[in-house]
Design a protein around this ligand. Structure first.
Ligand SMILES: NC(=O)c1ccc[n+]([C@@H]2O[C@H](COP(=O)([O-])OP(=O)(O)OC[C@H]3O[C@@H](n4cnc5c(N)ncnc54)[C@H](OP(=O)(O)O)[C@@H]3O)[C@@H](O)[C@H]2O)c1
Ligand SMILES: [Zn+2]
Length: 336
């Protein structure tokens, strides 16, 4: 059996380790991808904590995957060998159950989550369901395309879901992999865009990415600063900190929405009465429709800012993301 390099988590609490393992075989309605790039998302920390339905070990993380179709399993149509494609968080649905036959894909009980319920893209090869694939335009490099598949898809779809109109004040909390793309989408969607970050270090870059205002949350009461700007119509929370998020509710204006995309491991605690003023609301959001994010990003020349690492430096790439020192997305590249 031919072998490949992969970076895996052996079990809960284990670190990332490079191993040699067999190149997987594509089954029915699956393709084998030769991986060219894989973004390192904060969600990749989940296999290390061991909390996710259907998670088993060893597991190869990675759900911002771009690769080339090298083999097709039975029943694959529309994706030729040689096509460059992407796969995000959703690893697709089975296409054969009753729900899939009705086009009701979210109800498919055999939905996959890339890098969690099946192996992901921290590897030289990966098997993906054809129903999960997104076409990558020729003009977009694999390393630049990778972060659009989760970070881009999540923030673009969250902002679109808010119903905010051009000119509305939209704040982005946390300037990391998701946040730096959210700033670009928000400014291109015509919002008055406010960046919220710990410390002054990211101000210049945040403004270059489209922020009209910058709030240093270490030095300023962020909610009061947002009220001085008239109150936010939307605060998109990407920073995984329940205390900071609860404090932002007071920064919402009329019909203001706090949209939580950050993965939080503790309960969010606040007085519900805070929501009465101005009809405020809180909602969670999950990354959706990566093809839309790719299309919008191409049309408005929105690119992630990335630092690339070879696969064998995956642990370093992950650590730079976890310590919020990467500018702004670590991307593993596999010799493409
Ligand atoms: N809902 C979804 O579909 C979805 C999809 C992808 C990711 N996620 C989740 O979204 C979150 C962000 O992901 P990401 O990949 O953008 O992560 P990331 O690159 O690590 O960025 C998160 C940013 O949040 C801030 N931050 C980090 N730790 C913090 C803390 N303890 N207190 C306050 N601020 C903190 C930092 O920004 P500053 O330095 O600017 O303060 C950091 O750059 C994660 O929780 C991830 O699991 C959810
Ligand atoms: Zn992600």
């Amino acid at each position: 059996m031919p072998l490949m390099n992969a970076v895996q988590v052996a079990g809960p609490g284990a670190d990332l380790e490079m191993v040699q393992t067999e190149i997987p075989e594509p089954g029915e309605r699956e393709v084998l991808l030769k991986v060219e790039a894989c973004g390192v998302c904060h969600g990749d920390a989940i296999p290390m904590h061991g909390r996710y339905p259907g998670l088993s070990y060893p597991r190869v993380p990675g759900h911002e995957v771009v690769g080339v179709v090298t083999r097709r399993g039975a029943g694959v149509s529309g994706w030729e060998v040689g096509a460059r494609v992407g796969v995000g968080w959703s690893g697709g649905h089975c296409m054969v159950c009753e729900a899939c036959a009705d086009g009701d894909y979210p109800s498919c009980e055999d939905s996959r989550v890339t890098g969690l319920s099946v192996d992901g893209g921290y590897a030289e090869y990966m098997v993906a369901r054809s129903s999960a694939l997104v076409s990558i335009p020729d003009e977009l490099s694999s390393a630049d395309a990778a972060p659009l598949l989760c970070a881009g898809a999540t923030t673009f779809s969250a902002l679109k879901s808010s119903g905010a109109a051009g000119g509305d004040t939209v704040a982005v909390h946390g300037i990391g992999g998701l946040g730096h793309l959210a700033l670009q989408y928000a400014s291109r969607l015509g919002y008055r865009t406010v960046a919220l970050s710990r410390g002054p270090q990211k101000e210049t870059l945040a403004r270059e990415l489209g922020a009209h205002a910058y709030i240093d949350t270490d030095a300023t009461d962020a909610a009061a600063a947002l009220q001085e700007l008239g109150g936010a119509r939307v605060i998109l929370c990407t920073a995984p900190n329940v205390t900071a998020i609860a404090g932002l509710i007071d920064g919402l204006g009329m019909d203001g929405q706090l949209i939580i995309v950050a993965g939080l491991s503790e309960p969010l605690s606040f007085y519900p009465g805070k929501l009465f003023r101005g009809g405020r609301s809180i909602k969670g959001w999950h990354g959706q429709r990566p093809a839309d994010a790719v299309e919008f990003s191409m049309r408005f020349s929105i690119m992630p800012m990335i630092e690339t690492f070879p696969l064998e430096r995956a642990a370093e790439a992950f650590e730079k993301m976890m310590s919020a020192t990467v500018r702004f997305r670590s991307v593993l590249t596999m010799g493409a």
